[in-house]
Every structure is written in C-alpha cells, then in structure tokens.
Design a protein around this ligand. Structure first.
Ligand SMILES: [Zn+2]
Length: 298
C-alpha cells in the first residue's frame, strides 16, 4: 500500500469532517525522546508529520486564507501548508506500560518502530489510552491484517467517544477488532493509577486530555486541544476544521491555554513539533510554545 493510500485508509477509520481534505503525510524516521515525570519514565514517539493545506478548511476558516497566510509568513513558516507532527506518548509506571494514542497505523506512520526503539514490545503494553477516535490517534490500534496491535492491553476511551466510534460505519473493521479490549470511563476518572482523564469538549463528542502525576511531577497530554504552535496558539479563537463543535472547540482551546500559561506546567502535544514536550506562555492576545530543553523535564 502506498503511503498516501495507507493514510487515507487510516483516516477513513474515523473520518474528519467531510469538508476537510486528508492531510499530506510526510514519512519520518522512527524516533523516541525519553524524559522523566516524577519517578515515571516517559517517551515521546514520533509517528509522522502532516502537511495540512492552508485552504480555509482546516486552520482559520473564519479568518480566511489571507489572514492565515500573513500569520504563517510572520512566523517565517511556509504559507501553502501548515506542518504538524503526529506523536504518541509512552509512560512506564511500576506496574503498567501505558501508551496514549497510537498514530496513523502501519504503512502511514512509524509509531510501532518508534515504540520498538524504546525496547518496548507491543505485547508489553498494558493500557492504551485514547484521547479521541480520529484516524491519526486510533489507526495504530490494528496491524496490517486488521488484527489488534496490542493483544494484552485494555483500550480505554471515554464512553461518549466509544459511542461515537461505534456509530462510524467507516470504522467497522477497527471497532470489531478492538471491541473485546475496550473499557470506557467518564471524564474526571483516574483511568490507571496516577493518570486522570480530563474533559476537553469540542474536538469530538468524547475528547479528553490525560494528566499524569508522579511524586511532584506532572504532565498533561493535551490531545487535540491545539494543533499548530503557530496558528492554534497565536490565534486560539480562529475556528479549527477538525473540531466537530467549532464554538465549543474554540472555548476549550482558549480556556485551557489560558490555564496552562498561568500554571506553566509541562505538557505533551500529539501535534506540536516532535517531540511535542514543553510549556505554554502568554503573548499579546495569544500564546507561544516553549519547548522543553534537553531530554528531561520535571
Ligand atoms: Zn489529531
């Protein structure tokens, strides 16, 4: 299967809104970046990069292409597309091996190879936590043959997200494969010891972030609260075409970024430039990304 076809297949697992074109995939070298959160060893896993057209459908649909172009140009970034990474997060706890999201899936992304580079086997993973059911987060739950990728893991997602995924006829094969593994929760719950799900409404019906606490260490996987360090942070009020509820998505993005800029806590983003680990800072009426220095962060 070509990379493009594999990506389209992965996205078809849980399609984006009809108006949004499939982003162009950029294959990346498998990579993992380790850091620590309290006593937990954590690794960001690179899966792919996506080039999303600046066509008014995804980023800043309400602002218009010229405004998005001007913002990208001012940041010295290409203006025809917006580049985002696809990253997953591995968390090693004393009794658990946790993976948050799974990338695009075999053929489109390299998450499995990046995981292998951490000396973690797919058989070792005890819990896969899903932020939401778009294809770039759930595609890696099944292998080339449509069988479950993590045979010994519970697959945990919010009850609302599981209902959303099951209703998606394009995802029937994926749903059938993972059904025996799925365990649902209500946002707010501690889904595995030390990791709590946090509701972030707007992106999909059951979208959540995950907060890891270990000793004094804290890390928030923000899921798809924001996508681009340029557009989503500098202009958080602009609409995002991947959000199923644009107004709720905008409100969540603004509120969560405001809170994170105040707390200055460490975050992981599935879509910020790999490895996607750093902090949010306030700047004028928006925000900026402050990547964590080096390979460790507390
Ligand atoms: Zn995503």
């Amino acid at each position: 299967m070509t990379l493009r076809l594999a990506l389209l297949a992965a996205l078809a697992a849980a399609p984006l809104p009809a108006a949004v074109a499939a982003p162009a995939p950029q294959q990346v070298a498998p990579a993992a970046t380790w850091f620590t959160v309290g006593s937990a060893r954590v690794a960001s896993l690179h899966d792919a990069d996506l080039l999303i057209a600046n066509d008014g459908k995804t980023f800043g649909g309400d602002a218009g292409v010229p405004a998005v172009t001007a913002l990208l140009a001012a940041a010295n970034a290409p203006t025809d597309t917006v580049r985002v990474s696809v990253n997953a997060l591995l968390i090693r706890l004393p009794r658990r091996v946790v993976l948050i999201d799974t990338g695009l899936g075999p053929g489109a992304g390299v998450m499995a190879a990046s995981l292998g580079g951490t000396a973690t086997s797919v058989d070792d993973v005890t819990d896969v936590l899903i932020t939401h059911s778009h294809g770039d987060h759930v595609g890696g739950l099944i292998d080339h043959n449509g069988n479950r990728m993590f045979p010994n893991a519970k697959v945990r997602m919010s009850a609302a997200e599981w209902t959303f995924l099951q209703a998606n006829t394009g995802a029937a094969k994926l749903v059938a494969a993972i059904t025996p593994q799925v365990v649902t929760f209500t946002p707010g719950a501690e889904v595995v010891p030390g990791i709590r799900a946090v509701a972030v409404p707007g992106h999909t019906p059951g979208h959540v972030a995950y907060e890891l606490k270990s000793g004094r260490g804290r890390l928030l996987d923000i899921g798809d609260t924001a996508h681009s360090t340029i557009v989503s942070l500098m202009k958080p009020n602009w609409t995002m075409g991947f959000d199923s509820d644009a107004a709720a998505g905008r409100a969540s993005r603004r509120a969560e970024l405001t809170r994170l800029a105040r707390s200055h806590e460490l975050i992981f983003s599935p879509h910020f430039p790999y490895p996607g680990v750093g902090r949010i800072a306030a700047k004028s009426d928006g925000f900026v990304w402050v990547p964590a220095a080096g390979g460790t962060a507390k």
